[in-house]
Design a protein around this ligand. Structure first.
Ligand code: KG4
Ligand code: ZN
Length: 362
């Protein structure tokens, strides 16, 4: 039996969780507490790093206590503490990692410094017991990447955004149209009553042999369309949202279909190839439906973990800790680990200019 306490503070969620693994049984999430700071940042239309760090300091002790209490596991019976050590906003990372170090030191437990993106990458094994290798599409407010997940600690980045992250494009579009923060869910809601063919927005990178994403041109096209017909009626806003979402879904489908083909070539022996989608944008039903169709057409399983585990949480961090412990891959001394605001999963791929980091939110 391995039981790990996970801590996540890399952006605007303060989270703690206990996950347990016993023998060959499916892992169990014994507790999973997430405190969102959305309200604290809403007035500013985005995450303010200083406010985020202060909010983590105020909340984290109580959240950890609650996660332990909920799990019914005493700290003495926890095998290790796993905390997000990057990438993300440095203030939050310091709060989470230092708290984890203090708890681990006081309780005499090992400390595992976890890469937040590895948490997202391995979630499908926690929820669906997925076997390696598989393909991951990570679409959040800070990242838009396609990764080939080959094993614990073995990731290859096949595509990334060369400018904005997809969630960021949703948030900026919402802001331009006067919709409240966070923009994604509000754009999706408005799109429901809109005409997706009224505006012919560009499908960025569609047809390009280069695998990457780009969304800033689309954002500009939205701004120009909105400016041209101002003042906007509710119907105009709905039509722009629907047309924007259709362009995004189309562009994603083009990019992902290339990755599916590459996956087949790279891992020809894989019996049940799978595409996993993770990150806040995975909540979008239109995008999900497009990806699901694409997977069916290409003989891939489509795996979308429950939304609570797709967005930022600490169960994925505890789980990454368990995977590392099990493989003997935890740092020998996590206490030496210094927070890394930038920490690519795949250190071989060259970093992209911009790379869709709004304060490095993942
Ligand atoms: O993964 P997440 O909760 O936080 C991080 O970025 O780490 O993702 C938040 C992003 C925001 O940009 C938000 O606007 C977007 O996900 N989002 C959506 C939807 N729900 C959240 N985008 C499109 N459609 C949605 N329904
Ligand atoms: Zn994230």
């Amino acid at each position: 039996m391995i039981r790990v306490l996970g801590i996540e503070t890399s952006c605007d969620e303060t989270a703690a969780s206990v996950v347990a693994l016993e023998g060959d049984a499916a892992p169990k999430i014994l507790s999973n507490i997430v405190l969102s700071q959305i309200e604290e940042h809403a007035a500013f239309g985005g995450v303010v790093p200083e406010i985020a760090a202060r909010a983590h300091v105020e909340a984290l002790d109580g959240i950890v206590e609650a996660a332990l209490a909920d799990s019914g596991v005493a700290l003495a019976d926890i095998d290790a503490i796993a905390a997000t050590a990057g990438p993300g906003l440095v203030g939050g990372l310091i709060v989470g990692l230092m708290t984890a170090k203090a708890i681990a030191a006081a309780a005499g437990k090992p400390l595992i410094a976890v890469n937040h993106l590895e948490g997202h990458a391995l979630t499908a094994r926690l929820t669906d017991g997925l076997e390696f290798p598989y393909l991951l599409l990570l679409v959040s407010g800070g990242h838009t990447q396609i990764l080939a997940v080959r094993g614990v600690g073995d990731y290859q980045r096949w595509a990334t955004t060369i400018d904005d992250a997809l969630g960021e494009a949703f948030d900026k579009t919402a802001k331009m149209l006067g919709l409240p923060y966070p923009g994604g869910p509000n754009v999706e809601k408005a799109a429901l009553s809109g005409n997706a063919s009224r505006f012919a927005f560009p499908r960025p990178m569609k047809g390009s042999a280069q695998p990457d994403f780009s969304f800033s041109g689309l954002k500009t096209a939205v701004r120009q369309a909105a400016t041209a017909i101002e003042p906007l009626s509710d119907q105009d806003v709905a039509d722009i949202c629907a047309s924007f979402q259709a362009a995004v879904a189309d562009a994603l489908a083009d990019r992902v279909s290339r990755a599916l083909a590459r996956f087949r070539k790279t891992f020809p022996g894989t019996k049940n190839p799978a595409l996993v989608v993770s990150g806040g944008v995975a909540a979008n039903r239109a995008i999900k439906a497009t990806l699901e169709r694409l997977c069916t057409e290409n003989g891939f399983n489509f795996v979308a973990p429950p939304l609570k585990l797709c967005t930022d949480n600490a169960a994925m961090i505890a789980w990454a800790g368990i995977e590392r412990l099990r493989e003997g891959m935890a740092q020998e001394n996590g206490f030496d680990f210094v927070p890394r605001p930038r920490w690519p999963l795949d250190s071989v791929s060259t970093p992209m200019v911009g790379s869709g980091r709004r304060g490095a939110k993942a």
